[in-house]
Ligand binder design. Structure first.
Ligand code: GRF
Length: 242
């Protein structure tokens, strides 16, 4: 029978690790960028940051790059008449820098189909919620205000929708009654800094296949089948029936 989905095999050979040439898009603080820099420097992430592009000339992420001797480019969206022209300029820079994988790390602009065509299934994004819940901006505040008991973060391939692409990895954190957007954001951010480097390392090791909208990570153990409860189960409820 014919395979109904497009299958992408990403990364390198299955046995050989290689340094993935990365391009990173930022707009602000760049703590996720920092987590990638740190993992590369301590040898756990097989990647090489070829260029960091910021649409915001004031982004602190640029300062982080200076400290680590990482090449940067400012592409200020206000200098372009259309979103497409802005995207084309970024594509040019990424291509000149021989980037293979693009990682959005707190990049606050919406990309157009022009960009997705240039890097099909080669753009990752990190989002501070358990997608498909709470896409878009202010995700942490929306989750806290809604009263969900768990939230978290998601690394996914970006596609033309708003935070809709195939999901690579998620981390879950509890949400407490007295949380607000800031306290929850802080809890989630710690996990962002763990899962983003991990997602890129899976890619570097050639472990990621994308089948339709599902991602399969090859050769890793299953997560334990352990449910989470928030609030916790008490007494007999925790022990189970019987
Ligand atoms: C993170 O919460 C990320 O998930 C979201 O924007 C924030 C960026 O933080 N897309 P930083 O610039 O990486 O510190």
């Amino acid at each position: 029978m014919e395979e109904p989905f497009v299958t992408f095999e990403t990364g390198g050979t299955k046995t050989q690790k290689r340094k993935i040439p990365l391009g990173i898009l930022v707009s602000g603080n760049g703590s996720n960028l920092q987590s990638l820099i740190d993992r590369i420097e301590d040898g756990t992430l097989d990647a090489e940051i070829r260029i960091v592009i910021s649409n915001n000339p004031e982004a602190y992420a640029l300062e982080r790059c200076r400290k680590h001797n990482i090449r940067t480019a400012v592409v200020d969206h206000r200098d372009f008449q259309t979103r497409e022209a802005f995207d084309r300029r970024m594509i040019e820079i990424l291509a000149d820098s021989k980037v293979e994988l693009v990682a959005m790390a707190g990049f606050m602009r919406v990309l157009t189909p022009v960009f997705f065509k240039a890097f099909p299934m080669k753009i990752m994004n990190i989002h501070p919620a358990l997608l498909p819940s709470f896409p878009g901006i202010h995700a942490q505040k929306k989750a806290a205000d809604y009263g969900v008991r768990f939230s978290g973060c998601t690394v996914h391939f970006a596609d033309e929708g708003m935070d809709t692409g195939p999901i690579i990895i998620q981390a879950v954190v509890p949400v407490y009654d007295d949380d607000n957007g800031e306290s929850l954001a802080e809890r989630i951010l710690k996990e962002e800094h763990r899962i983003y480097p991990q997602a890129i390392q899976y890619y570097a090791e050639g472990k990621i296949d994308v089948i339709g909208r599902k991602v399969r990570i090859q050769g890793i153990p299953r997560s334990p089948e352990k449910p989470l409860y928030n609030p916790p189960l008490m007494n007999q409820f925790a022990l189970g029936p019987g």
